[in-house]
Design a protein. Structure first.
Length: 190
Protein backbone atom coordinates (compact mmCIF):
# COMPACT_ATOMS: atom_id res chain seq x y z
CA UNK A 1 0.00 0.00 0.00
CA UNK A 2 1.40 3.39 -1.00
CA UNK A 3 1.21 6.05 1.70
CA UNK A 4 -0.46 9.35 0.79
CA UNK A 5 1.50 12.56 0.47
CA UNK A 6 1.54 14.91 3.43
CA UNK A 7 0.62 18.54 2.80
CA UNK A 8 2.03 21.36 4.94
CA UNK A 9 2.79 25.07 5.01
CA UNK A 10 -0.50 26.65 3.87
CA UNK A 11 -0.18 30.05 2.16
CA UNK A 12 -3.01 32.09 0.69
CA UNK A 13 -2.54 33.62 -2.75
CA UNK A 14 -2.17 37.40 -2.91
CA UNK A 15 -5.80 37.71 -4.06
CA UNK A 16 -7.03 35.38 -1.28
CA UNK A 17 -8.77 32.98 -3.68
CA UNK A 18 -6.34 30.05 -3.74
CA UNK A 19 -4.43 28.13 -1.13
CA UNK A 20 -0.90 26.82 -1.76
CA UNK A 21 0.26 23.71 0.10
CA UNK A 22 3.64 21.99 0.03
CA UNK A 23 3.41 18.26 -0.76
CA UNK A 24 5.90 16.07 1.08
CA UNK A 25 6.87 12.44 0.86
CA UNK A 26 9.17 10.87 3.47
CA UNK A 27 9.80 14.36 4.90
CA UNK A 28 10.98 15.81 1.56
CA UNK A 29 9.16 18.41 -0.51
CA UNK A 30 8.12 16.84 -3.81
CA UNK A 31 5.82 19.51 -5.20
CA UNK A 32 2.90 21.72 -4.40
CA UNK A 33 -0.89 21.70 -4.36
CA UNK A 34 -2.97 24.66 -5.51
CA UNK A 35 -6.47 24.66 -4.03
CA UNK A 36 -9.11 26.71 -5.83
CA UNK A 37 -11.45 27.30 -2.91
CA UNK A 38 -14.49 28.56 -4.88
CA UNK A 39 -14.33 25.71 -7.40
CA UNK A 40 -13.56 23.15 -4.65
CA UNK A 41 -10.73 21.79 -6.77
CA UNK A 42 -7.11 20.97 -5.95
CA UNK A 43 -4.23 20.11 -8.25
CA UNK A 44 -0.95 18.43 -7.28
CA UNK A 45 2.11 19.55 -9.25
CA UNK A 46 5.25 17.47 -8.75
CA UNK A 47 8.19 19.81 -9.15
CA UNK A 48 11.11 17.61 -8.06
CA UNK A 49 13.36 20.49 -7.02
CA UNK A 50 16.85 19.18 -6.17
CA UNK A 51 17.91 20.40 -2.75
CA UNK A 52 14.46 21.60 -1.67
CA UNK A 53 14.65 19.38 1.39
CA UNK A 54 11.55 19.97 3.48
CA UNK A 55 11.30 23.61 2.36
CA UNK A 56 7.95 25.24 1.76
CA UNK A 57 6.70 26.44 -1.61
CA UNK A 58 5.64 30.09 -1.50
CA UNK A 59 3.68 32.29 -3.90
CA UNK A 60 5.45 34.54 -6.35
CA UNK A 61 4.21 38.12 -6.16
CA UNK A 62 1.02 38.35 -8.21
CA UNK A 63 0.24 34.65 -7.65
CA UNK A 64 1.24 33.48 -11.14
CA UNK A 65 3.85 31.03 -9.86
CA UNK A 66 5.63 29.63 -6.83
CA UNK A 67 9.17 29.56 -5.41
CA UNK A 68 11.11 27.10 -3.28
CA UNK A 69 14.64 26.58 -2.05
CA UNK A 70 16.84 24.92 -4.67
CA UNK A 71 19.99 23.46 -3.18
CA UNK A 72 22.29 25.23 -0.75
CA UNK A 73 22.53 28.51 -2.64
CA UNK A 74 19.52 28.97 -4.84
CA UNK A 75 15.82 29.66 -5.12
CA UNK A 76 13.78 28.32 -8.04
CA UNK A 77 10.56 29.81 -9.45
CA UNK A 78 7.94 27.64 -11.19
CA UNK A 79 4.79 28.26 -13.18
CA UNK A 80 1.63 26.80 -11.68
CA UNK A 81 2.04 23.89 -14.13
CA UNK A 82 5.53 23.07 -12.80
CA UNK A 83 7.76 24.55 -15.53
CA UNK A 84 10.90 26.30 -14.31
CA UNK A 85 10.57 30.06 -14.79
CA UNK A 86 13.84 31.24 -13.23
CA UNK A 87 16.55 30.19 -10.82
CA UNK A 88 17.98 32.77 -8.44
CA UNK A 89 21.56 31.79 -7.66
CA UNK A 90 23.84 33.06 -4.91
CA UNK A 91 21.10 33.39 -2.30
CA UNK A 92 20.02 31.03 0.47
CA UNK A 93 16.30 30.92 1.15
CA UNK A 94 15.54 31.92 4.73
CA UNK A 95 13.76 29.13 6.58
CA UNK A 96 12.70 31.53 9.32
CA UNK A 97 10.12 33.48 7.36
CA UNK A 98 7.79 33.46 4.41
CA UNK A 99 8.18 37.07 3.25
CA UNK A 100 10.94 36.58 0.68
CA UNK A 101 9.57 39.31 -1.61
CA UNK A 102 8.85 42.99 -1.08
CA UNK A 103 5.16 43.94 -1.23
CA UNK A 104 5.64 45.16 -4.83
CA UNK A 105 7.51 41.99 -5.80
CA UNK A 106 10.49 43.99 -7.03
CA UNK A 107 13.07 42.54 -4.62
CA UNK A 108 13.82 39.08 -3.23
CA UNK A 109 15.71 38.75 0.05
CA UNK A 110 17.53 35.72 1.37
CA UNK A 111 20.77 34.99 3.14
CA UNK A 112 24.08 35.55 1.40
CA UNK A 113 26.25 32.45 1.17
CA UNK A 114 29.36 32.66 3.34
CA UNK A 115 30.40 32.91 6.92
CA UNK A 116 29.49 36.47 7.87
CA UNK A 117 25.75 36.92 8.42
CA UNK A 118 24.19 39.07 5.70
CA UNK A 119 21.01 39.32 3.68
CA UNK A 120 21.26 39.42 -0.10
CA UNK A 121 18.72 41.52 -1.98
CA UNK A 122 18.13 40.45 -5.59
CA UNK A 123 16.20 42.08 -8.41
CA UNK A 124 13.37 39.64 -9.16
CA UNK A 125 13.38 40.33 -12.90
CA UNK A 126 17.11 40.04 -13.57
CA UNK A 127 18.33 38.01 -10.59
CA UNK A 128 21.16 40.55 -10.06
CA UNK A 129 22.30 41.32 -6.53
CA UNK A 130 21.24 44.85 -5.57
CA UNK A 131 22.41 44.93 -1.93
CA UNK A 132 24.28 42.99 0.71
CA UNK A 133 22.81 43.88 4.11
CA UNK A 134 24.96 43.02 7.14
CA UNK A 135 23.00 41.28 9.89
CA UNK A 136 23.86 41.28 13.59
CA UNK A 137 25.71 38.19 14.84
CA UNK A 138 23.12 35.48 15.49
CA UNK A 139 20.47 37.65 13.81
CA UNK A 140 17.66 35.84 12.00
CA UNK A 141 16.20 37.23 8.77
CA UNK A 142 12.42 37.07 8.96
CA UNK A 143 11.79 38.78 5.62
CA UNK A 144 10.59 42.13 4.36
CA UNK A 145 8.87 44.72 6.52
CA UNK A 146 8.15 47.04 3.59
CA UNK A 147 9.83 48.03 0.30
CA UNK A 148 12.97 49.42 1.96
CA UNK A 149 13.29 47.59 5.27
CA UNK A 150 13.89 44.04 6.46
CA UNK A 151 12.46 42.37 9.56
CA UNK A 152 15.21 40.77 11.66
CA UNK A 153 15.04 38.91 14.97
CA UNK A 154 18.02 39.50 17.23
CA UNK A 155 18.60 39.22 20.96
CA UNK A 156 14.94 39.10 22.02
CA UNK A 157 13.67 41.77 19.64
CA UNK A 158 12.01 41.84 16.25
CA UNK A 159 13.56 44.87 14.58
CA UNK A 160 13.11 46.82 11.38
CA UNK A 161 16.47 47.22 9.57
CA UNK A 162 17.35 49.45 6.64
CA UNK A 163 19.35 48.17 3.67
CA UNK A 164 22.58 49.45 5.23
CA UNK A 165 22.06 47.02 8.13
CA UNK A 166 21.04 49.62 10.74
CA UNK A 167 18.15 48.88 13.08
CA UNK A 168 15.75 51.81 12.69
CA UNK A 169 12.92 50.57 14.87
CA UNK A 170 12.06 47.89 17.41
CA UNK A 171 8.84 46.25 16.29
CA UNK A 172 8.46 43.88 19.25
CA UNK A 173 10.32 42.78 22.34
CA UNK A 174 9.95 39.07 22.91
CA UNK A 175 10.78 37.83 26.39
CA UNK A 176 11.52 34.15 26.36
CA UNK A 177 13.51 31.35 27.84
CA UNK A 178 14.41 27.99 26.37
CA UNK A 179 10.99 26.54 27.31
CA UNK A 180 9.02 29.30 25.60
CA UNK A 181 7.21 28.65 22.35
CA UNK A 182 6.08 31.66 20.36
CA UNK A 183 4.68 32.38 16.95
CA UNK A 184 4.45 35.86 15.49
CA UNK A 185 2.15 36.86 12.63
CA UNK A 186 2.01 40.34 11.19
CA UNK A 187 0.68 42.13 8.19
CA UNK A 188 1.92 45.30 6.58
CA UNK A 189 -1.63 46.34 5.74
CA UNK A 190 -2.77 48.66 2.98
Amino acid sequence: MELPLVVKHPHWSPDGKRLLLTAQEDGKSVGFVVVDVAARRAELVRAGTPGAGSGAYLWLPGGDGVVVRAGDTGVRAYTLRGAVMRTYDDVVAADSGDRWFTPSGRWLAGLCPGKSPAACVLDTKTGERRARVPLPDEGVLWGWFNEDHLLVYHDGTAGVYDLAGRRVRVLAEIGLDRNTYWLVHFTTGP
